[in-house]
Design a binder for this molecule. Structure first.
Ligand code: ZN
Length: 297
């Protein structure tokens, strides 16, 4: 059985085809331009695989996920130029009369990490997958299911306590100024130091501040969801950064209840090279395929 995956990012799209064991058979990636051209490339790609049975799409957002909403399948209020109100799922469905699972980019990645843990015979049934990049978002798997019925989680915009040496920084979120994304996303490095994050040395206090906020996010999700693991991916995240996050987390959490070794509990993705979403999308495509077979009475 052939399954398709679209990982739709704000800068890059990755389309892939795999089998029912989630083994990738073929893939292609291209730059995100305008919706017609970019989604058109996805359609052209999948038309080469007429035996495709289902597709999983993990898209940048915000997106509409409520099935009964007229805008289901749309990218909605995105600040990304030209993409506001794009009927992404509709365009794909016009060309492929097969089941399509529609979700967020971080949900695709979270589900991929969950599926990978099962394949490795070390199941992690509850996990949070954060990306810390241009924005901050997370997908949450709770007891094997993605969290979010009315909408996907928006944990990038939770409020956090200010770092004592960061009182004068007003934050970059256009909605809330100093929410988590406003204080810890990639663009905050330029605001604080005049340099892009990749050019700021790990010894710079900007990293410590960002780690402090990300540790608070880890603490919040720990208290709310009690996940078995918190995974951090995205452009801002590296192992030296996660060392700082764990240190702050340890102090903030103060052993409130027992947790796994923090080196395991707070970690980077098990699937390297941003491969989590592709596997997640294959699995979600298969889930949709079987779901579409169920006749509700
Ligand atoms: Zn915000």
């Amino acid at each position: 059985m052939l399954l398709g995956s679209i990982e739709a990012g704000g800068t890059k799209f990755v389309c892939a085809v795999g089998d029912e064991t989630y083994k990738e058979i073929d893939s292609v990636s291209f730059e995100t331009t305008n919706p017609e051209e970019t989604i058109g490339k996805c359609i052209n790609y999948f038309q080469k695989f007429p035996e495709l049975m289902a597709i999983g799409i993990a898209s940048f957002g915000p997106i509409e996920v409520r099935i009964n909403n007229p805008k289901y399948g749309y990218i909605t209020d995105t600040p990304k130029e030209g993409w506001k109100n794009t009927n992404f799922l509709g365009l794909i469905k016009e060309h492929f009369d097969i089941p399509v699972y529609w979700t967020t980019d971080v949900n695709g990645s979270a589900y991929g990490e969950y599926i990978n843990s099962i394949n490795q015979k070390k199941p992690i049934r509850s996990l949070a997958y954060y990306t810390i990049g241009t924005g901050i978002g997370a997908g949450i798997v709770n007891n094997g299911e993605l969290l979010g019925y009315m909408g996907h989680p928006e944990v990038g915009h939770v409020l956090v306590k200010k770092h004592p040496e960061d009182q004068n920084f007003s934050g970059v979120c256009p909605y809330h100024d100093d929410c988590l994304e406003g204080l810890a996303s990639g663009p905050t490095f330029e605001q604080r130091t005049g340099k892009k994050g990749k050019d700021v040395p790990m010894t710079d206090s900007a990293w410590d501040k960002v780690a402090y906020y990300v540790a608070q996010a880890a603490m919040q999700v720990t208290l709310f969801i009690r996940p078995e693991k918190i995974i951090f991916g995205g452009g801002v995240v590296s192992e030296p950064f996660l060392v700082k996050v764990r240190n702050h987390f340890k102090k903030l959490f103060n052993n409130y209840f027992p947790l796994d070794d923090l080196n395991h509990y707070i970690s980077s993705p098990a699937i390297k090279n941003n491969g989590s979403a592709t596997i997640g999308n294959f699995a979600l495509a298969l889930k949709q395929y079987y779901k579409d077979d169920i006749v509700e009475i």
